[in-house]
Ligand binder design. Structure first.
Ligand SMILES: CC(=O)N[C@H]1[C@@H](OP(=O)(O)OP(=O)(O)OC[C@H]2O[C@@H](n3ccc(=O)[nH]c3=O)[C@H](O)[C@@H]2O)O[C@H](CO)[C@@H](O)[C@@H]1O
Ligand SMILES: C=C(OP(=O)(O)O)C(=O)O
Length: 419
């Protein structure tokens, strides 16, 4: 299962290099199916989710290798259109294989991803979008069979700017006949990165990163080489690590523009932030101030993937903060664990009221989801005494490359027990 053992109280200081983005690399790996050739992908983080998708690609017939932070995927030849069930059940985002496989082979069978720790996470918008491109979808015994004779461009208005649905539609539409327009598309930076990767491969997409995306379908794709954007959520997590320990850290190899909403909240809490071209310095010498209101929103709003980490910080702040989680209906599981560490949190539906306390205390806590787990580690860095965070392999390793090593390099007392 794996656990982190943290002796809190050390002030973090130094420089940390941020890895490539999980949420960018996963759709890019799915997109590597489309060209039936070679994709060379740099800045790939070493994560459980990446490993899962790497194994799926190999299982369906791609030939993949991973050395350092470069992954090479060769998707030539026929691939198996039956996506293995286990990884899809373990990792919801494998559902983005659907659009890429449908585009290239006009047929794919994949299991329903099911609910997950943070919410039900239906895929109705993905399926409705693919249907509008001409796919016939049959759902039976937990499987989705998605097929078509041909895909054709269409106008698709998303009821909600879903990241995964926008990606799945893009992945199918690049191979469709004619033009697809996605309206109310998700605007996350990872969408723009996917667009860049697909365009290097020969696709004709404009508007990625805005709420209207235009995709002109093409017939031919080519080999591609691409460097994945840095992980804005990992960057935000290290910023909070600096803030919660009263530290001074330089967060390197990032795109500061992508973390503006996080910079803004940390600024409000009293941290000093220095913005450079590809890095950010953060320095927080005293106890943070409460920020009145943290409401999660689709990009460029405050990211739901930073809500738990921000909550850990606000547990130690002067004053009361109110959180509203608008994206996922069940994303406060970390609160119960933070309370075991002495935090004062009350949950009322989508709202959490967090009264800062003078001190958090070390405790044995359980990570229930990826970012909630990261929040517990952050709280452990600030707490008095020892904190043990369980379920590291299941959750935290999905989204953080060498979290313990990087925190240690900044002066944290954190070790990993693999048992
Ligand atoms: C691998 C990846 O990129 N994961 C990110 C992606 O997840 P993911 O792509 O799953 O998130 P979505 O943007 O699709 O989901 C947002 C909301 O829309 C709902 N919804 C979504 C699709 C659908 O067909 N029907 C529907 O109702 C979801 O239940 C959720 O309430 O964006 C989330 C929101 O920024 C992030 O937290 C995740 O880290
Ligand atoms: C919710 C997250 O990821 P996923 O969509 O892969 O579950 C996350 O990265 O915080």
């Amino acid at each position: 299962m794996g656990k982190y053992i943290i002796n809190g109280g050390n002030r973090l200081e130094g420089e940390v290099k941020i890895e490539g983005s999980k949420n960018a690399v996963l759709p890019i790996l799915a997109a590597s199916i489309i060209n039936g050739g070679e994709s060379i992908i740099h800045n790939v983080p070493y994560l459980k989710d990446v490993n899962t998708l790497f194994n799926v690609l190999n299982t369906i017939g791609c030939s993949c290798s991973f050395e350092g932070s470069t992954m090479i995927v060769n998707s030539s030849g026929d691939l198996n259109i039956n996506i293995p069930e286990k990884p899809v059940r373990e990792m919801r985002s494998s559902i983005i294989l659907m659009g890429a496989m449908l585009g290239r082979f006009k047929r794919v069978k994949i299991s329903f991803p099911g609910g997950c720790e943070i919410g039900l996470r239906p895929i109705d918008l993905h399926l409705a979008g693919l249907k509008l491109l001409g796919a016939k979808i049959v759902e039976s015994h937990g499987y989705i069979l998605c097929e078509c004779d041909r895909l054709y461009g269409n106008e698709i208005h998303l009821d909600y700017p879903s990241v995964g649905a926008t990606e799945n539609i893009m992945l199918a539409a690049v191979s469709a006949e004619g033009v697809t327009i996605i309206q109310n598309a998700a605007r996350e930076p990872e969408i723009a990165d996917l667009q860049e990767f697909l365009n290097k491969m020969g696709a004709k997409i404009t508007g990625g990163g805005s709420s209207t995306i235009r995709i002109q379908g093409v017939r031919e794709f080519q080999n591609v080489e691409h460097t994945v954007i840095p992980d804005r959520i990992v960057a935000g997590t290290y910023m909070v690590a600096a803030a919660i320990t009263g530290g001074k850290v330089v967060i390197r190899d990032i795109i500061p523009e992508h973390i503006k909403p996080i910079i803004s909240k940390l600024g409000e809490s009293g941290c000093k932030i220095y913005r450079y071209d590809q890095s950010i310095g953060i320095s927080c010498s005293k106890r943070p101030n409460a920020v009145e209101f943290v409401k999660t929103m689709p990009y460029p709003g405050f990211p739901t993937d930073m809500q738990a980490q921000m909550m850990a910080l606000m547990c130690t702040a002067k004053g009361t903060s109110i959180f509203i989680e608008t994206i996922f209906e069940n994303r406060y599981k970390h609160a119960e664990e933070l309370i075991k560490m002495g935090a004062d949190i009350k949950i009322e539906g989508r709202a959490a009221i967090v009264k800062g306390v003078n001190d958090l205390m070390g405790a044995h806590v359980v990570s229930r989801d990826l970012r909630g787990g990261a929040a517990l580690v952050l709280a452990g860095l600030a707490a008095e005494g020892t904190t043990i965070v369980d379920n590291v392999d299941i959750h935290i390793d999905r989204g953080y490359d060498s979290l313990d090593m990087k925190l240690r390099s900044l002066g944290a007392d954190i070790t990993k027990d693999e048992n």
